[in-house]
Design a protein around this ligand. Structure first.
Ligand SMILES: C[S@@+](CC[C@H](N)C(=O)[O-])C[C@H]1O[C@@H](n2cnc3c(N)ncnc32)[C@H](O)[C@@H]1O
Length: 346
């Protein structure tokens, strides 16, 4: 399917121009977030002069930023000239239940620099982030607690959009213990434990994620039902769980490393255990739709950030079977994500 049908030559050019120029939106939203404009407007409309004073920026540039973001529904301007936050704009406040504030910061202050070197990744298949920042994989997070906090919160924000649906699509109640492998701040595990009061949890990740995760689980009264284990899934996945969830993990790694993670999960899993791989599944044919644009954006983001990418269902099947799993059903869990169930082959 193409969106070209029915468009004249000029409309085709305009559509392409809109798409190519769209990155201004990310930069403008990021500037607003860094200046704290959503929070400053959270309790009601304000005059630009007031905001400019608080943000220590000139009125004439701030007004242009506020007006620009009217065009993408972040702010509105009232007849008296004051600016107000929209329902969309509220999602840029840290405390909104569907906030994407940290994702905006992560995308613009980190991933965008890797995207600027996409051509290098296309030519070499290697991570452009490694080229730009000299770091591989997730090492930069171990070295930089501030970046780690933004990254972990950004992933929590994305996972929050599917966690309830994942927990609703699968019966976790029969499991004694669920491990979130590379679980970050553990948003998925948090929802699974909340929905299944008799199930215990293990959150397994690098040190950079565990402190923040523990704090969140304590706030929710769930810390008693969960262990927080630091480790390296290329060396060992700890035993103790009869179900393992891997959300947005396998797409971070090229085949050889992905195979090692799965093999280590297999070693740690009891005979009756289940492995649930959650992520996007690359379709055979792509179309000009928002969902498919999201899919390929994620695929190329994995390329520039990590030298990795999204996989087809067949590619997942081969990886899982080679690691000693029988592959069961695949279910769609919303937001373009699917869950593949696998059982250890006897
Ligand atoms: C893309 S994030 C996914 C986080 C979480 N599963 C989610 O979907 O919200 C990848 C996670 O893998 C973790 N990770 C990376 N390398 C790891 C390793 N060698 N051992 C354990 N965890 C690792 C990262 O710290 C990060 O939390």
């Amino acid at each position: 399917m193409t969106e070209e049908a029915g468009m004249n030559a000029n409309q085709l050019t305009q559509q392409l121009l809109h798409r190519v120029n769209a990155s201004w939106i990310a930069q403008a939203v990021y500037a607003a977030v860094e200046l704290g404009l959503p929070e400053r407007l959270a309790h009601g409309p304000r005059a630009v002069a007031d905001l400019a004073g608080e943000c220590h920026v000139p009125v004439y540039t701030l007004e242009r930023l506020l007006r620009a973001l009217i065009t993408v529904d972040v702010f509105v301007q009232n007849p008296d000239g004051t600016f107000a936050l929209t329902e969309t704009g509220r999602r840029l406040c840290a405390d909104h239940p569907e906030s994407i504030r940290s994702w905006v910061i992560w995308w613009t202050s980190n991933l965008a620099y890797a995207w600027a070197e996409l051509l290098y990744s296309i030519r070499t298949g290697k991570s452009a982030r490694t080229l730009v920042h000299g770091v591989e994989g997730f090492e930069h997070l171990d070295q930089n607690p501030e970046q780690a906090a933004v990254f972990n919160q950004a992933l929590l924000e994305l996972t929050r959009l599917t966690a309830v649906s994942i927990a609703g699509h699968y019966d976790f109640s029969s499991f004694r213990c669920v491990m979130d492998v590379g679980g970050g701040y553990g948003e998925l595990l948090r929802v699974i434990l909340q929905n299944n009061p008799r199930t215990r949890g293990i959150l397994f990740d690098r040190a950079h994620a565990l402190g923040g995760a523990l704090e969140r689980f304590q706030q929710e009264g769930l810390a008693e039902r969960c262990e927080f284990l630091e480790g390296n899934f290329f060396e060992e996945v700890p035993p103790g769980a009869d179900a393992m969830v891997l959300k947005s993990i396998i797409h971070d790694w090229p085949d050889e490393k992905a195979a090692l993670i799965l093999a280590n999960c297999r070693k740690a899993m009891p005979a009756a255990g289940k492995l649930l791989v959650i992520g996007r599944i690359m379709p055979a044919r792509l179309e000009s739709t928002d969902e498919h644009r999201d899919m390929v954006r994620s695929d190329l983001t994995m390329l520039v950030a990590l030298g990795a990418g999204e996989r087809s269902e067949d590619q997942y099947r081969v990886l899982l079977e080679n690691a000693g799993f029988d592959v069961g059903r695949t279910v769609s869990v919303g937001m373009g994500h699917s869950m593949i169930e696998a059982s250890p082959r006897p």
